[in-house]
Design a protein around this ligand. Structure first.
Ligand code: ASP
Length: 720
């Protein structure tokens, strides 16, 4: 007996020590996994069951993030950083929810979170054959990608017509190869229910972001509302809480080091099936340019934020996303260089080329693969400086005023076309959302920042060499002193434009191209002047996609032949399952990271960084920790409330807000980030450094209970 016990304990320990596994499994792949063997203690049908209720039914796609239902009345759990846009837009100097946190202690106090929608999967099916039926061998590259694009748009519109209130999306799984149609229920009334103070929800701020040890209570609560008849209506005071088919009990069961965990969520994008060309492109071209501009804007906005609370609130959301993006990109750059990823992939490709060359049939099938990729990327590199400058200028990412002006110009061209031939943002099904994004952004309009950022974008565009000049920018920069000419333009244009007014933006979005020309608004005129160059760039992008898609499809096929295995498609914002174990890691020689942090650690960091804004936990939290007011939420082995944990699941951006479950399917955590080394996950996953970070469910419950005394919510969640 004793022997058997020892063997069992040994086996369990061995399994817990096995290295983690790469894998973001789409729904269609789940039935192929032997769940028991991997460590699950639930049946496949509990995980996913198209003809019944399963965990998948409690998972929400929250526009770029993941979330889940945690009560029968539509209470939603997600990350603080995912709810940040809502919290920030509801914050003012009088009601400073960023500083103080937010708690609606009655249903009437729950505040609409504009722009937030909650999507739930209703069904999915493979539609590859239908999508690719429009492609013929005689097509040019741009023609091919346009034909596929339009076919997808037509199918989506048809499905939405036949299913009112639903959103249809066709996701490209393997590029140029497989397509899956997803139908989502689309809940449009989402409200903010609870957010901790920023000093908890973002404790450690920019310094600790993408890092471990981490002490961030990155969670917030929202609620889904529907019309009294159950339809997915826009916000209305008459709406009632949504009753989900499935919700999760937030559990105090917890996990220990070595325990099995899994998560369901909507990872955004990974690039593991792309070629070495793409990795080199990211390392040498794309990421350095984005980091350079991002750092410039961050420095500007940080300085401006110091001038007063009102300005700081206005700039908070854009700063937060810039910090997140830039630091992640820096981590990726470092990873690409240190791990020599492009070089390693090039070696694998040379091997693959030898495999192709060894067989005449294969050679015929894949002969042009790498030469084709070489040509496509050479062309992209040649175009890169100009494309980047132009794209930065017209997109809404950096300059709100110019981005809106350009979108108005583009709308006037696109809206004149047949619905399914328009660019996606201007199709009828998306138009209202585009309009909302544009008008709501103006709430954060802060002219000095706008002027400075647009000035920099123009300066960078004006500095392109003569042969690559963007005509409209060259004209603005004029003769002689470019700097002075641009500054004069900006002064006059900002004084004169009417685009600061959301009502004007809405009205102009509906104007024809001719009507716009007559307006004489400086930014609209600039937008119209930029349009021909932009259209040419967009066409080049479609040509390039049409060229790359079949090549990347071939790359996957050739690798499959070579390795004799199936692959999992790269992440593409569709629902995926990932699993792993709670596990520390070693980021450097002689350094070992433990997988849990605690409340005591928040206190330590606060004390060690006196006065530092990123590390000033609320006094109440410090007092509760000093009084050891742990409630029922302490980790038995640590003797303290666990705050965050590490595990080796395969996640990426978009997995933010994914519920983390133990082997029995109980919600024990909330995913929110990765360690710095794992920013490279998007290009290459590895058991030694790929660690993701979650908030421990016990900290969430401790915060609601001990810190905020949010009895109403705890009762609703079935905790008290
Ligand atoms: N914190 C990350 C994000 O929001 C999540 C991740 O990428 O792992 O981008």
């Amino acid at each position: 007996m004793k022997h058997i016990l020892t063997v069992v304990v040994l086996l369990i320990t061995l399994v817990a020590m096995l290295p983690g596994e790469e894998g973001m499994y789409p729904l269609s792949e789940i039935h192929k996994l032997d769940l028991k063997e991997r460590g699950f203690e639930i049946e496949p049908a509990e995980l996913y069951n198209p003809s019944g209720v399963s965990l998948v039914d409690g998972i929400i796609n929250l526009g770029g993030c993941t979330a889940s239902f945690i009560s029968p009345d539509g209470l939603i759990l997600t990350n603080y950083h995912c709810a940040f846009g809502a919290i920030q837009s509801l914050t003012s100097t009088e009601n400073d929810y960023l500083r103080d946190g937010f708690y609606a202690n009655a249903a009437v106090g729950e505040l609409p979170a504009p722009r937030y929608t909650a999507r739930l999967i209703e069904s999915y099916r493979d539609v590859s054959r239908q999508v690719l039926s429009v492609v013929s061998g005689r097509m040019g590259h741009a023609e091919r990608s346009k034909a596929i694009e339009e076919k997808i748009k037509r199918m989506v519109v048809d499905v939405e017509k036949a299913n009112p209130g639903r959103r249809a999306e066709i996701a490209e799984m393997f590029r140029g190869k497989t397509y899956v149609l997803f139908v989502y229920a689309n809940i449009k009334d989402v409200r903010l229910v609870y957010a901790p103070p920023r000093a908890i929800g973002e404790f450690g701020g920019e310094v600790d972001n993408w890092a471990w040890p981490r002490h961030t209570g990155d969670f917030a609560l929202l609620r889904a509302y529907v019309a009294p008849d159950g339809s997915f209506a826009d916000h209305s005071p008459r709406n009632v809480p949504y009753r989900p088919r499935k919700y999760f009990q937030v559990s105090t069961a917890g996990v220990q080091e070595g325990d099995f965990v899994f998560a369901l969520g909507y990872p955004g994008s990974t690039h593991r099936h792309k070629s070495s060309h793409y990795l080199a492109w990211e390392e040498e071209v794309s990421l350095p340019a984005a980091v350079d501009l991002g750092r410039w804007i961050i420095a500007l906005k940080e300085k401006m934020s110091e001038t007063g609370r009102e300005t700081a609130i206005k700039l908070a959301a854009s700063l937060q996303s810039l910090w997140n993006y830039v630091k992640r990109s820096e981590g990726q750059l470092k990873g690409l260089k240190n791990l020599k990823l492009a070089e390693r992939r090039r070696e694998q490709e040379a091997e693959l080329q030898r495999f192709i060359n060894a067989d005449p049939k294969r050679k015929k099938k894949y002969g042009d693969l790498f030469a084709g990729l070489d040509r496509a990327y050479a062309d992209m590199r040649r175009r890169a400086p100009r494309d980047t400058a132009l794209d930065n200028l017209v997109s809404r990412r950096y300059s709100m005023i110019m981005g809106n002006a350009f979108a108005i110009c583009e709308a006037s061209v696109e809206r004149a076309k047949k619905d399914t031939q328009r660019e996606a943002a201007f199709m009828d099904r998306n138009f209202e959302r585009t309009e909302k994004q544009m008008t709501l952004a103006l709430r954060n309009y802060y002219e000095p920042a706008e002027k400075a950022v647009l000035g920099e974008l123009l300066r960078r565009a004006a500095a392109l060499p003569e042969g690559e000049a963007i005509a409209a920018v060259r004209d603005l920069a004029g003769q002689g002193d470019h700097e002075k000419n641009l500054a004069e333009f900006l002064e006059k244009a900002f004084a004169r434009t009417q685009l600061k007014d959301p009502a004007v933006v809405s009205a102009w979005l509906r104007k024809t191209n001719l009507e716009l020309r007559a307006l004489d608004d400086p930014f609209i005129l600039l937008g119209l002047a930029l349009y021909p160059d932009y259209r040419e760039m967009r066409e080049a992008g479609k040509r390039e996609k049409g060229l790359l898609d079949p090549l990347l499809a071939q790359l996957v096929d050739a690798k499959k032949e070579q390795q004799g295995t199936e692959f999992i498609p790269d992440a593409n914002s569709t629902l995926r399952l990932t699993y792993g174990r709670v596990r520390g890691y070693s980021p450097a020689d002689a350094v070992h990271m433990q997988p849990f942090t605690t409340l005591g650690g928040i206190v330590e960091k606060t004390v060690a960084n006196p006065g530092a804004e990123n590390f000033s936990a609320p006094q109440r939290l410090l007092d509760l920790s000093a009084a050891k007011a742990h409630g029922a939420y302490a980790h038995p082995a640590l003797g303290d409330v666990p705050v965050a944990m590490l595990y080796d699941m395969d996640t990426t951006g978009g997995n933010s807000g994914s519920p983390v479950f133990n082997a029995r399917g109980e919600l024990i955590g909330l995913n929110f980030d990765r360690v710095y080394e794992a920013t490279i996950n998007d290009f290459a996953w590895d058991p030694s450094y790929s660690r993701s970070i979650g908030v421990d469910a016990r900290f969430i419950l401790w915060s609601l209970d001990q810190f905020s005394n949010a009895k109403r919510l705890l009762q609703e969640m079935g905790v008290k």
